[in-house]
Every structure is written in structure tokens, then in C-alpha cells.
Design a protein around this ligand. Structure first.
Ligand code: COA
Length: 427
């Protein structure tokens, strides 16, 4: 049924409803604004989400008892609420979230989506973010939509028929853009080092941000690269245009880019619009290690907040402060390792806080969350070099990691390796 406003569309939500919200750059933020309006008249609703955008108002303490957010990935909109105890963080692999819904382990009453205008057959598209929303649509009783004619019509698992939507309102609005990050000397150097580890014919997974973009910028002379990822951004566009990324050596989905969401500029959104070369698939599938491993030479490139001298990778918290989430890092690190000729990289700047803190540290900060374990980690890259930790002893790892730490921290790290871990390292 078509209605005029977001609040009217949301009127079918009831006390105690558990709601899933489509996430990332496709966050139906107009519906979330409406949700903040109607929440005071409801009790005990829960909003499950991955990483919503423009939804800071849902962290307002005044909504306590009415609506509580439960984030499978924490971002700008939820970080403060989580750290103040006003919202919850659920650590989980991205690939597992749809399973929770489909198995009924996580009950859902409603789902909020932002979709393209329907085609001639009544199919709308979830556009630039399919992730766990397809699974949510398969189980939730109530479907509430913002139909945005500016949402790209993407191919893959993205289609939702109008008959599945209970209430919708229409509003044409440009998608919020994620401009390309500024490159610093550090990220450019890291990008160069990561690019040196990439071979012709590799099938890439990489996330958003300055390091992936810097890496992609160094691949102009590579050949026959493929993409099977959970997300991609603008950095791939020039490589698709020049034919460096042609997906020709993929065993799975040959000739197509596979992803579950995309985030970037309007140019990126125009590229994925009605483009069958890009398949937006369910994250239970894209991030399934059994699928990832079917491509050979999978190269997974991810980042971290801190790495200890044994190779434990913290990526979701700064000490006890939750910063982000587990996401698909482990799905792809493990999937890459299982693939024939596969490798993985954790790339991070050597320092934080203007050079005051070494991100390579003897031990993780108390409370830091290990996302990639020391048994899974392969290459760690900083602006100072590459440490190959695979099948290396603790002593060899500590030596390799100290060599890629910022020079001013190396002596102290070597002393700590001995004092804390009993490792006699040579630097
Ligand atoms: N101590 C203190 N502060 C630290 C720190 C440390 N060890 N490490 C990082 N920081 C600070 C940085 O200085 C930066 O602060 P600023 O925003 O004030 O500049 C902030 O924390 C974020 O660090 P940054 O390196 O800019 O993070 P990022 O945006 O590149 O994201 C991850 C890195 C690890 C958080 C991100 O890749 C992630 O969430 N990964 C987990 C999920 C995943 O890998 N998914 C698959 C790919 S989508």
C-alpha cells in the first residue's frame, strides 16, 4: 500500500517488534528518521542493523525503553551510543547474519528497505546493498519500503517484488556519497607494498578506505584481475575501464564482479546501475569460505587497528572501546587461505595518534578484540615493509613485525618481546 510519509509507512510497527534495517550506503535513513518520530509511542522495539548511516538520532537516551539498536557492525552512527551503553554490539562474521534469520535463531518481525522504482514487472531492486537484507526479506512478516527512483537497479539477489512490500512511500533523493579518501604519503607507500604482493590473475577482496584505493591505484600494469568481495568502491572503476580487472580467470562467476554492497561516488552508482557485469549477492553466499575458495589465487586485503608481536590482529576495538566490527575479514582471510594459490594481507599504518602510538605492539591493549587469529594471519604490511607470518615461529614473527614497526619503537618492542614473551629476537 502506498502512503505519503515515512511515519505513515511505519505505523504498522508494534510494541516489542524486532526490526532489520538495510544498511551501508543504502540505509533507508528517511525511514529511520520516521522511526525516531514514532518510537516514543511504542515500547521495547529493537532495531538490528549492520552499519547504518545518518541515524545518530536513534542513539538518543530519550528513546530508552522504546527502541534499542543492536549493531552487528558499529560505525559512526552507533559508536557513541554503544560506548555509553545505549546500544548493543554483537560480534559476528558477516556470513553468519543471514543464517541467524533463516534458521529462526534471530526472530524478525519487520524489515526496512530503500529500493529502486519497480520495473515493468513490478520488481524493485535493493540497489547498492544486499548483505543480510535478502534473508531478512525472506522471513520478516512486515516489509516497509522507501521507494527511491534514484536507487540504482542492480543485478543479482537484489530484487524484491512490489507484492512483498506492505507499506511504502516514494521520494527521489540522491544517495549519500562517499568521496574518495585523501591519500597520505603513508597510505600511498602501504598501497605500493600491498600491490607488490598481487599477481596477475588474482581474484581480489578488499574493503573501503585509503589503503585499498592506494593499492588499486598501483595495479595499472597488472593483467586479468578478478573481483569477488563483500564490498567495493571507486578504486576499481579505472581498472575495469582499462581492462586490468576483467574477471576472465575466475572459476566462479567468470566475467562478473561479485559483491554484496558498494559504497562510493555517483560515478560508482552509475556504473552498477542496470549492469549485469556486477552481481550483488547475498552475503551468506559471497562470504562463504566454500564459495570463496573455488576461485584460485584469492587475495584478501583487509586492515587492522593493532597487531601484537605474535600476529594476533585486532580490528574491531581500540582496547575496550568498540570501533567497528568483525565484518567479513575472517570469512575472506580463511577463504583465501583455502583457495589454490590464495593469500591474505592485513595492511595498516605503523602508528596512530600522530606517530605517538605503535600499532604493532608487544601485546594487544586490554579488551582489544582479536578478529584474525595468529593461526590465520599471513602477510602484515605497513609503510615500512612486509612481514610474512605464515608458518613462522613466535620468534620469527616478532622479528618480522618489529622490522615493519616505526623505527622509533623497534628497540622497545625487542625488549618487550623478551620481557613479555621470552623471545630472543635480533633486530
Ligand atoms: N590506538 C589508538 N588509536 C588507534 C589505533 C590504536 N592502536 N589504531 C587506530 N587508531 C585510531 C586512528 O588513529 C584513527 O583515528 P582518527 O579517526 O582520529 O584518525 C581511528 O582509530 C581509525 O583508524 P584507521 O586506521 O583510520 O581505521 P580505518 O578506517 O582504516 O579502519 C578498521 C580500520 C580495522 C577499523 C576497518 O578496516 C575494520 O573495521 N575492519 C574490520 C572489518 C573488516 O575487515 N571487514 C572486511 C573489509 S570491508
Amino acid at each position: 500500500m502506498r502512503v505519503e510519509t515515512a511515519a505513515e509507512a511505519l505505523s504498522i510497527l508494534a510494541d516489542n517488534d524486532i526490526i532489520w534495517c538495510q544498511s551501508m550506503a543504502a540505509t533507508p535513513y528517511k525511514l529511520l528518521e520516521g522511526l525516531a518520530e514514532i518510537a516514543p509511542s511504542r515500547k521495547n522495539m529493537t532495531l538490528l542493523q549492520l552499519h547504518t548511516e545518518h541515524s545518530e538520532m536513534l542513539g538518543d537516551a530519550a528513546l530508552s525503553g522504546h527502541l534499542r539498536q543492536r549493531a552487528f557492525f558499529v560505525g559512526k552512527s552507533t559508536r557513541e551510543a554503544v560506548s555509553e551503553g545505549l546500544a548493543d554490539y554483537v560480534p559476528i562474521f558477516l556470513s553468519e547474519i543471514p543464517k541467524l534469520f533463516r534458521s529462526g535463531e534471530q526472530h524478525l518481525d519487520a524489515v526496512l528497505i530503500q529500493v529502486s522504482a519497480p520495473d515493468a514487472h513490478g520488481n524493485c531492486s535493493l540497489g547498492i546493498s544486499v548483505e543480510a537484507t535478502r534473508a531478512a526479506l525472506q522471513v520478516a512478516k512486515k516489509v516497509i519500503a522507501w521507494v527511491n527512483p534514484k536507487m540504482p537497479r542492480t543485478h543479482g539477489d537484489s530484487f524484491v517484488h512490489m507484492s512483498r512490500i506492505d507499506r511504502y512511500f516514494e521520494l527521489a533523493q540522491d544517495l549519500p556519497l562517499h568521496q574518495r579518501p585523501q591519500q597520505s604519503k603513508t597510505t600511498l607507500r602501504i598501497g605500493e607494498r600491498v600491490a607488490e604482493l598481487i599477481n596477475d590473475g588474482d581474484c581480489l577482496q578488499m574493503g573501503i578506505g585509503a589503503i585499498p584505493d592506494a593499492t588499486l591505484g598501483c595495479l595499472t600494469h597488472h593483467r586479468d584481475l578478478g573481483i569477488h568481495t563483500e564490498m567495493f568502491s571507486d578504486g576499481v572503476l579505472p581498472l575495469v575501464t582499462s581492462g586490468v580487472i576483467n574477471n576472465s580467470r575466475k572459476r566462479k562467476h567468470r566475467g562478473r564482479i561479485v559483491t554484496t554492497f558498494a559504497m562510493g561516488s555517483q560515478e560508482l552508482y552509475d556504473f552498477v546501475d542496470d549492469n549485469p557485469q556486477v552481481a550483488f549477492l547475498d552475503v551468506e553466499y559471497t562470504n562463504d569460505t566454500a564459495v570463496i575458495r573455488q576461485n584460485k589465487q584469492v587475495m584478501a586485503i583487509n586492515s587492522a587497528l593493532q597487531v601484537d608481536l605474535t600476529g594476533q590482529v585486532c580490528a574491531d576495538s581500540i582496547g575496550t572501546k568498540v570501533y567497528s566490527g568483525v565484518g567479513g575479514q575472517m570469512d575472506f582471510v580463511r577463504g583465501a587461505s583455502l583457495s589454490e594459490g590464495g593469500r591474505s594481507v592485513i595492511a595498516l599504518p605503523a602508528t596512530a595518534a600522530g606517530g605517538q602510538i605503535s600499532r604493532i605492539s608487544a601485546m594487544l591493549a586490554p579488551g582489544a578484540g582479536v578478529v584474525t587469529t595468529r593461526a590465520h594471519v599471513h602477510y602484515v604490511v605497513t609503510e615500512y615493509g612486509v612481514a610474512n607470518l605464515r608458518a613462522r615461529s613466535l620468534t620469527e614473527r616478532a622479528e618480522a613485525l618489529i622490522h615493519i614497526a616505526a623505527p622509533q619503537f623497534r628497540e622497545q618492542l625487542a625488549r618487550d618481546a623478551c620481557d613479555d614473551w621470552g623471545l630472543r629476537v635480533k633486530i
